[in-house]
Design a protein. Structure first.
Lengths: 267, 118
């Protein structure tokens, strides 16, 4: 039992020591970043160097092969420096096996595109200056015609708005004129009708009775002689008013009926 | 007996999207198989277009041989996926492709073409 307990206590300690002693393995992507190439390229370099295809399955670089990373980095730096100096000459042999049959159009397009750009960047010729002048004149003409069109549009807009405003003003003036005239006429008729109504309440016989004087035929005749001329004037005035009202297009049917009733009562 | 659909495509190059349609699978699945798993096969890797830094061009179109390899590997993945449910079966597919690279070489593809034609 004592031996077992010793083993149990020693095993975890040893395990911890082993874990602490072992350095963590580098991930393939991190190692590729260190080397400065793509992960697949790094795996290819390992497989070429080790002579087996097994490194293609690696997710991380084993510690025993980490020493090769520095060598690969130097190799990659040298390759990059040479490629930067002679990019075209170095890239061709590399891509002969794989890229050339796949991407011929790209290689063909590049040399064609360069001389075109050079031709375009040449100095101004007579034709170019003439075409530039023509385009300038055309643009100026277009700008002038644009201004004229804008002015004509503003004029038309002003005409339209002025006509609308004048129409509104005339219509408002006509409406107010008609309304004020009608109101004045109504007031005048109302004044006359009230006067007539006051006259209709005038009863001389009742006033004489209130004064203690018995009415007789002579007094009544005298009163009629005094009242009738005024009633006659009222009648002519009412006829004039109604005639004017008809001329002005105002209906005075109610006033007519009142006046007629007054006249009939007085008669 | 093989139908027309089972025959290899007659196009010179196939996009990954077209292959995914042909296999009735997701486009990302085909991308993973084409750019991470099938590259362990040397003949396949040699036909891959590369960037200047040596990495494989992402989203590359595949040749008829590469299309055949991807189809074979996807089929293998579908087969073992049900048995290895819950485990990283794509690593198994990758290891199998590396170990059986001679069965997925260009010569094997040409032989299979001839056998289908005959």
């Amino acid at each position: 039992m004592a031996a077992r307990t010793r083993k149990q206590t020693q095993t975890p300690e040893k395990g911890m020591e082993m874990i602490m002693a072992t350095t963590p393995q580098l991930n393939i992507e991190e190692a590729a970043q260190q080397v400065g190439c793509a992960p697949i390229r790094l795996l290819e370099l390992f497989s070429e160097r080790l002579g087996t295809q097994e490194p293609m399955l690696w997710d991380s670089v084993p510690t025993e092969h980490e020493g090769l990373l520095l060598e690969f980095k130097q190799q990659q730096d040298a390759f990059n420096s040479v490629r930067s100096l002679e990019a075209e000459t170095v890239s061709q042999p590399l891509s002969e096996a794989s890229e050339q049959p796949l991407e011929p159009p790209l290689l063909e397009e590049k040399p064609e595109a360069k001389p075109k750009r050079q031709r375009r960047s040449s100095a101004l010729t007579k034709k170019k200056t003439e075409s530039l002048q023509n385009s300038d004149q055309k643009s100026q003409q277009l700008a002038a015609s644009d201004v004229q069109i804008k002015q004509a549009l503003h004029v038309k807009k002003g005409q339209k708005s002025g006509a609308q405003l004048a129409t509104l003003e005339l219509a408002a003036e006509d409406a107010t004129y008609r309304s004020i005239k009608g109101q004045a006429l109504v007031r005048k008729v109302a004044q006359l009708s009230s006067e007539l109504a006051a006259e209709s309440d005038f009863d001389p016989i009742q006033i004489l009775k209130d004064a203690g004087i018995e009415p007789n035929d002579e007094i009544l005749e005298a009163l009629r002689d005094q009242i009738e001329p005024t009633l006659g004037k009222f009648k002519t005035a009412v006829e004039e008013i109604t005639a004017n009202a008809w001329v002005n297009g105002i209906d005075l049917g109610t006033e007519f009926s009142q006046l007629e009733s007054l006249l009939s009562s007085n008669n | 007996m093989q139908t027309e659909k089972d025959l290899l495509p007659q196009k010179t190059r196939w996009s990954q999207r077209a292959i995914s349609r042909h296999l009735c699978s997701d486009r990302k699945t085909v991308k993973t198989y084409a750019e991470e798993i099938a590259i362990v096969i040397p003949d396949y890797r040699n036909e891959c277009p590369r960037n200047p830094d040596g990495s494989i061009k992402p989203g590359m179109s595949l040749s008829a041989y590469q299309c055949w390899v991807v189809c074979q590997l996807v089929t293998l993945g579908r087969t073992i996926k049900s048995d290895l449910n819950g485990t990283p079966y794509r690593k198994v597919v990758k290891a199998t492709a590396l170990k059986q690279a001679h069965l997925l070489s260009k010569d094997a593809w040409q032989q299979s073409k001839q056998s289908i034609a005959s």
